[in-house]
Design a protein around this ligand. Structure first.
Ligand code: ADP
Ligand code: MG
Ligand code: MG
Length: 249
């Protein structure tokens, strides 16, 4: 589904990703863990196609297509979803307007018909209920005044509505209390734990991985994957720290 080979990328002339390789097959959930500044968010941004990140070497294919040759909206239309560490606030645009335009833009790009206002509202309400988000929040401006946990829930509602093929979630667990963590984790499982989907879960902590059980765990240090294992690797990281493992690799 996703194949990253020897990826090098820089920001402002500074190389951050230094030969990163990673492959995600259909039906797989991969966790990427690593110290602050390792390049985890950079990886998410490069895959999403954010401006300012320059790929200098390597390749990324997504469902057999050259991902790096696609515009960000083409990547989304192809089924890629990015959840950010810091979801943006959009004053003046209601959450429901935002979600509807995101979904319909994607449907249009796929060649599907746009959803009617009624059908969309039904879908949005179902997803909000599934993620235990108060439906009233759909009317409020996007993320404005939302707590950290509410922003993450909102992002998962968006993911549920969009129903992507591959989700890249950057520290979706940051700022969540234990209950919100379980809800968001259950949401990821319900929406994405399917034979034809894949997930790249970027996280610092084991606790999300207790809910969303990864098939593979990778350690990202200094711009490349230095170690890959199963779920037990996350437990080892938690007890021994990144440094010992990155150095031994
Ligand atoms: P992580 O998500 O693993 O904590 P990041 O991908 O956010 O790491 O950052 C990787 C490195 O890139 C860090 O050293 C950070 O300081 C640097 N970096 C991030 N954004 C910029 C930028 N806009 N300009 C220069 N350096 C940056
Ligand atoms: Mg960080
Ligand atoms: Mg980060």
């Amino acid at each position: 589904m996703l194949k990253i080979e020897n990826l090098h990328a820089e920001i402002d002339g500074k190389e951050i990703l230094k030969g990163l390789s990673l492959e995600i097959g259909a039906g797989e959930i991969h966790a990427v863990m690593g110290p602050n500044g390792a390049g985890k968010s950079t990886l998410a941004y490069v895959l999403g196609g954010r401006a300012g990140y320059e790929v200098t070497k390597g390749s990324v294919s997504f469902a057999g297509e050259d991902l790096l040759a696609m515009d960000p909206h083409e990547r989304a239309a192809a089924g890629l979803f990015l959840g950010f560490q810091y979801p943006v606030e959009i004053p003046g645009v209601s959450n429901i307007q935002f979600l509807r335009s995101a979904v319909n833009a994607q449907r249009k790009a796929r060649g599907d018909e746009e959803l009617s206002a009624g059908d969309f509202l039904k879908l949005a309400r179902e997803q909000a209920a599934a993620l235990k988000m108060d439906a009233e929040m759909l009317k409020r401006p996007v993320n404005v005044g939302f707590s950290g946990g509410e922003k993450k829930r909102n992002e998962m509602v968006q993911m549920g509505i969009i129903d992507p093929t591959l989700a890249i979630l950057d520290e979706t667990d940051s700022g969540l209390d234990i209950d919100a963590l379980r809800t968001v984790g259950d949401g990821i499982n319900t929406i994405m734990r399917k034979a034809d989907k894949g997930v790249l879960l970027i996280t610092h902590y084991q606790r999300l991985l207790d809910v969303v059980k990864p098939d593979f765990v990778h350690v990202l240090a200094a711009g490349r994957i230095v170690k890959t294992g199963g779920p037990e690797l996350a437990l080892q990281l938690e007890s021994e720290g990144y440094e010992a493992i990155a150095e031994a690799a």
